[in-house]
Write a protein that binds this ligand. Structure first.
Ligand code: GLN
Length: 491
């Protein structure tokens, strides 16, 4: 039965629909793998074996009802799940059990999905390596002493290690695409407004977006179709129709008539690992062979993206995280008076990186500095968005590396926050501009670590990105390569 776990989400969904396998069998197979292998990988914070098997039994009674009927998936621990602990990998929410499901969770359940559990992440999604989790380290299934990326590192590791058939992450500055690239899987950050954030713990509200992660482009398309679409509970969600057929894109399509821009700012002289540059340049040639027209373009304000993001995101985080006051949610540390209770609760409940962001953000928003920092960052953000508007007059999508390097060693960047922030240098602009972005595997470095290709598209053109991604995936051998299973470690 184990080979079932090797199936892709789409293949599994189809086999479940015909009754070739039962949801209970498939769910048990995944739960067995988690039991045997996750002590080594460290992807899960909570495994809901009983809940998953109950959902699988229901799915077997209603075979074929719903596009994900019986398909076992898992969620970054930032999505509120009714009755199932949701920690955001923070001590401050360690025992928080939500009273309701977020919209995307509800939609997954309605589509028949089986929810295996909740996945590790950087605390409050702040980080690029999953090392900021208050609870556990996650290893990269390709090399367990390396990062799976972050902040959705549990989501990428679980998919790569076949500990779930697909997962959801969130992406504020790269947290779906960067871990997808580092684990050799596919990750999609949809357009701002495409997917509801109701019932998703907020980090930076003008940037946060929910998105799917999977083994293949079609897997991600199938998940997107289920979770995307307008939601009256999220005022920022857009009433733009979601195209169908994203899980059934035609095989072996070509790219004739597609114009792809290659921005020179994403191939800097220094900082780009040579193997990454080689693989991405080879991928661009492959896209040309598939019929795409390749155009050199420029996004001149790219150099301001890191500075702009690290004002906007911490500023919004400092405001969003004010709600963890020891009164309304999670941890409360009692003290002699109210101020003391706030200070103790937040002092003990938040980790170092979260505190750093709150301090930075509070400073950037404070009277007298607001104009110099937050307002200025907003203005630069407009310039970054205009760069993309200009380029999208001439091209259909933009091609870049997803991450400047392959997976780095755990611990290597922990003492150097700035070095850690640079892991997202190629992914941040997409969030600042509100665009969709897709990361697709495009090769391996000399240490056999995966490399990701990033495609950025026009607002709401996820379908266009998925079509290009699928054509590339079909023409290349990468998706067939999987990491071996880690040794079984008993807990
Ligand atoms: N690594 C970036 C940060 O630390 C992005 C995180 C994210 O997208 N959630 O903020």
């Amino acid at each position: 039965m184990i080979p079932a776990a090797d199936w892709t989400l789409c293949a599994l969904a189809d086999r479940l629909a015909t009754g070739e396998v039962s949801a209970v069998e498939v769910t048990r197979a995944y739960l067995d793998r988690i039991e045997a292998l996750d002590a080594a990988v460290g992807a899960y914070l909570t495994v809901d074996a009983a809940g998953a098997l109950a959902q699988a039994e229901t799915a077997d009674r209603h075979r074929g009802e719903g596009p994900l009927a019986g398909v076992p998936i898992a969620l970054k621990d930032i999505f509120l799940t009714r009755g199932l602990r949701t920690t955001c990998a923070s001590r401050i929410l360690e025992d928080f059990v939500p009273p309701y499901d977020g919209t995307v969770v509800r939609r997954l359940r309605e589509a028949g999905a089986v929810i295996l559990g909740k996945l590790n992440m950087d605390e409050f999604a702040m980080g690029s390596s999953t090392e900021n989790s208050a609870f556990r380290r996650t290893g990269n299934p390709w090399a367990l002493d390396r990062t799976p990326g972050g902040s959705s590192g549990g989501s990428s590791a679980a998919v790569a290690a076949r500990l779930c058939a697909g997962s959801l992450g969130t992406d504020t500055g790269g947290s779906i695409r960067q871990p997808a690239a580092l684990c050799g899987i596919v990750g999609l950050k949809p357009t701002y407004g495409r997917v509801s954030r109701f019932g998703v713990v907020a980090f930076a509200s003008s940037l946060d977006q929910v998105g799917p992660m999977g083994r293949t482009v079609r897997d991600v398309g199938r998940l997107l179709e289920v979770v995307a679409g307008h939601d009256p509970y999220d005022a920022t969600s857009a009433a733009v129709p979601v195209p169908g057929g994203l899980g059934e894109l035609p095989q072996g399509a070509d790219l004739r008539g597609v114009r792809l821009g290659v921005p020179r700012e994403y191939f800097p002289e220094t900082g780009l690992q040579p193997a990454v540059e080689r693989a991405v340049r080879a991928a661009i040639e492959q896209l040309r062979d598939l019929g795409a027209e390749i155009v050199d373009v420029s996004l001149p304000h790219t150099k301001y993206a890191v500075a702009t993001y690290y004002l906007v995101a911490p500023a919004e985080a400092s405001s969003n995280l004010a709600r963890y006051d020891g009164v309304r949610y999670g941890l409360r540390v009692t003290a002699d008076d109210l101020q003391g209770m706030y200070a103790e609760t937040r002092g003990q409940g938040f980790g170092a990186e979260v505190k750093r962001r709150i301090l930075l953000g509070t400073f950037a928003l404070s009277a007298g500095y607001y104009d110099a920092y937050y307002r200025k960052a907003g203005q630069v953000r407009t310039l970054i968005r205009r760069d993309f508007d200009d380029v999208f007059e001439r091209v259909d999508a933009i091609v870049t590396p997803t991450s400047p390097t392959t997976a780095f060693k755990l611990g290597e960047r922990l003492d150097d926050p700035l070095q850690m922030y640079l892991a997202d240098i190629f992914t941040l602009s997409c969030n600042l501009a509100g665009l969709p972005g897709l990361s697709v595997p495009c090769g391996f470095d000399e240490a056999d670590l995966p490399i990701g290709l990033q495609l950025l598209g026009r607002p709401f053109d996820e379908a266009g990105l998925l079509r290009i991604g699928a054509a590339y995936e079909d023409a290349t051998p990468w998706k067939a390569r999987l990491p071996g299973d880690p040794p079984e470690v008993r807990r």
